[in-house]
Design a protein. Structure first.
Length: 274
């Protein structure tokens, strides 16, 4: 019995020694070579704006560690030269194939998605307050209210315009206003207030809007800003009105976490995982 136990321990010991040798002289060198492996990638040498064509003088090829790189990195200049940037690129950025387009971007991309079921229509912002003090952004869900001209005091809240999506906020110069989080605005940009809103509507909504634009003073209220999945719930509720004639509320809306809370939650998850 004692001899059997001794033999078992000897076998286990020999197994551990063999396993350690395999790790030291087999797996470790393979791991090291994988980490040390180098590959060529294409990198930006100067700022490239969204929609700008990439030229050879704004690209360079550099050697970097190949370990854990995204599979869609551009590694050959010829794959990028002549393509159009789908987003702003800064000096030193690596280029992903998903950030390149083979054809020029349309100046007003939001209009290229129209398929005949919906229409784009602009309305005038007649006063600073009427347009939510210049705070509207593309993707917002708004409601429209019409106050009649004169002293009649008639206020109309058309059920056809309870939930409407904003496609664009346009300045008086005809340039669409763009909002980028964290971007500082110059003094001149702060003075440029929106002149019109471009909305996504169906034909019935377009008729109501045209009448209110001519005969009333339109005011905008912000209903929702956030995740597209939630915004779609408001638009679905609006579509139900045209199907049933009854104005209903949107489905359950999931609240979007604040950036600071989301960051704390992510950090907590990370700590728990560790």
């Amino acid at each position: 019995m004692k001899l059997s136990i001794f033999k078992n321990r000897t076998v286990i010991g020999l197994g551990c020694i063999i396993l350690s040798l395999i790790i030291c002289f087999g797996l470790t060198p393979l791991w090291g070579s994988a980490v040390r492996a180098q590959t060529e990638i294409v990198r930006i040498t100067d700022t490239v704006k969204k929609g700008e064509v990439l030229t050879a003088n704004k690209l360079e090829t550099v050697q970097v560690g190949a370990y854990n790189l995204p599979s869609n990195l551009v590694k050959n200049k010829n794959e990028a030269i002549g393509k159009y940037a789908a987003a702003d690129l800064q000096k030193g950025d690596y280029i992903l194939s998903t950030k390149l387009f083979g054809t020029p971007l349309a100046e007003f991309e939001y209009l290229t998605g129209l398929d005949g079921t919906k229409q784009a229509m602009s309305i005038t912002i007649k006063s600073f307050a009427a347009g939510l003090s210049g705070k509207l952004e593309p993707g917002d869900i708004i409601s429209l209210i019409s106050a009649s001209s004169g002293n009649t005091g008639i206020i109309v809240m058309p059920p056809e315009l309870k939930y409407v999506e904003v496609l664009a906020v346009t300045l008086g110069t005809g340039v669409d206003r763009e909002y980028k989080a964290g971007e500082e605005k110059s003094g001149d940009e702060e003075k440029k207030l929106p002149a019109t809103l471009t909305l996504l509507v169906n034909s019935a909504q377009a008729k109501v809007l045209a009448g209110l634009e001519q005969n009333g003073n339109l005011h905008v209220t912000l209903v929702y800003r956030g995740a597209k999945a939630n915004a779609d719930k408001f638009l679905t509720a609006q579509e139900r009105y045209f199907e049933t004639g009854e104005s209903t509320a949107a489905g359950p809306i999931e609240s979007s976490p604040q950036p600071e809370k989301a960051e704390n939650a992510a950090q907590e998850d990370s700590n728990n995982a560790e």
